[in-house]
Design a protein around this ligand. Structure first.
Ligand SMILES: [Zn+2]
Length: 335
């Protein structure tokens, strides 16, 4: 039992003796506050957890495990290899009795509707730093989610740029640098005619052959058609993956309406990204790929919130990653 719970018990023990109306008020306020903040798992939640089957032992990875009774309605398993006991949520981001999965669901749905961190966490009666912790946990689960993405057929590609946070800005004669400068973070955005997307942070201010290849090479099927602007570094990709190239000059396309613009498919994604990140202005730039993975997940199949959340929970259970407060948070590159 955590320290907080113990304190709670002590306060509640007033109830046993004759208490004054003030004490009663404090007890009931504290009780409802505690229940609001840490609701117990409902019957439905226990049923849901009971329905989950882990891929393998969270400690050694062995798939050789057996059922080993139940605890508070939740099945316990025992690993035949390392003989340790575990439950479906052991060593996952949900491995905390404090936050029921139903609260995660609420938070997640708000996210999918592009609510900012403070709104989403306020709705869940949690402090906003808890909200940030939830994001970090989500990033952890979604890490590498685009690894197996391969775009094919007709592929629209264009870079978008994020500003570094003000304190990291490089000034020239005390003034901001204009255009594509060192104060930008280049991110490759691509989508194919089946709607499959790829959003990869290049961690450079200006795309180079090297950064373009590193971000995209393994995600483009050979012989596809690349529809793009005249960005030079794309040529390296075109050569490497033997692509057909359809070039539209930015000076020409910027005069066209969205509908007429041949790059509209990728431009539309740019504006969704800007809208999404606009709600999270003060985000930690080292987590940018995490944000992009989250947005990719929000915009990709499955589309119904329930199915999306289920896919997320399944991934969370299969990756066995937990985030502790002492974990370094500045992992820059998505593996
Ligand atoms: Zn094991």
């Amino acid at each position: 039992m955590s320290k907080k719970n113990q304190n709670h018990k002590i306060i509640l023990s007033w109830k046993e003796s004759d208490s004054t109306p003030l004490e009663n008020l404090i007890v009931s306020t504290d009780e409802s506050w505690f229940k609001a903040k840490h609701p117990v798992r409902t019957k439905e939640e226990i049923n849901f957890i009971a329905s989950l089957r882990p891929d393998g032992c969270p400690y050694c990875g062995s798939k050789n495990y057996i059922k080993y009774g139940k605890r508070k309605g939740i099945p316990v398993f025992m690993c035949k290899s390392c003989e340790r006991r575990f439950k479906a949520l052991t060593n996952t981001i949900f491995d905390s009795a404090k936050i029921p999965i139903s609260e995660w669901y609420e938070f997640f749905i708000h996210l999918c509707e592009f609510h900012s961190v403070s709104t989403a966490s306020a709705d869940n009666r949690n402090a906003s730093n808890t909200g940030l912790m939830w994001y970090r946990k989500i990033f952890l689960v979604l890490e590498g989610i685009q690894d197996d993405v391969v775009l094919k057929g007709r592929i629209w590609l264009d870079e978008t740029f994020f500003s570094v946070i003000r304190k990291d800005e490089v000034l020239k004669d005390g003034k901001k640098l204009r255009g594509i400068s060192r104060n930008k973070i280049c991110t490759a955005v691509a989508v194919d005619d089946s709607g499959t997307m790829l959003i990869r942070v290049e961690w450079v201010s200006k795309p180079s052959d090297r950064s373009t290849l590193a971000a995209l090479e393994n995600h483009i099927q050979e012989g596809s058609t690349l529809i793009h602007d005249s960005e030079k570094s794309h040529n390296a990709l075109i050569r490497k993956r033997n692509l057909k190239s359809e070039v539209y000059d930015t000076n020409m396309t910027k005069k066209l309406s969205d509908k007429e613009n041949p790059l509209n498919k990728v431009n539309h994604l740019h504006s969704l990204i800007k809208q999404f990140m606009g709600e999270h202005g003060g985000y930690d730039r080292s987590q940018l790929q995490g944000w992009m993975n989250l947005l990719w997940f929000i915009l990709s199949k499955p589309f119904t919130p329930a199915e999306k959340f289920e896919a997320f929970v399944k991934r969370a259970i299969s990756v066995h990653k937990t985030l502790r407060f002492d974990m370094p948070l500045s992992k820059k590159h998505d593996s």
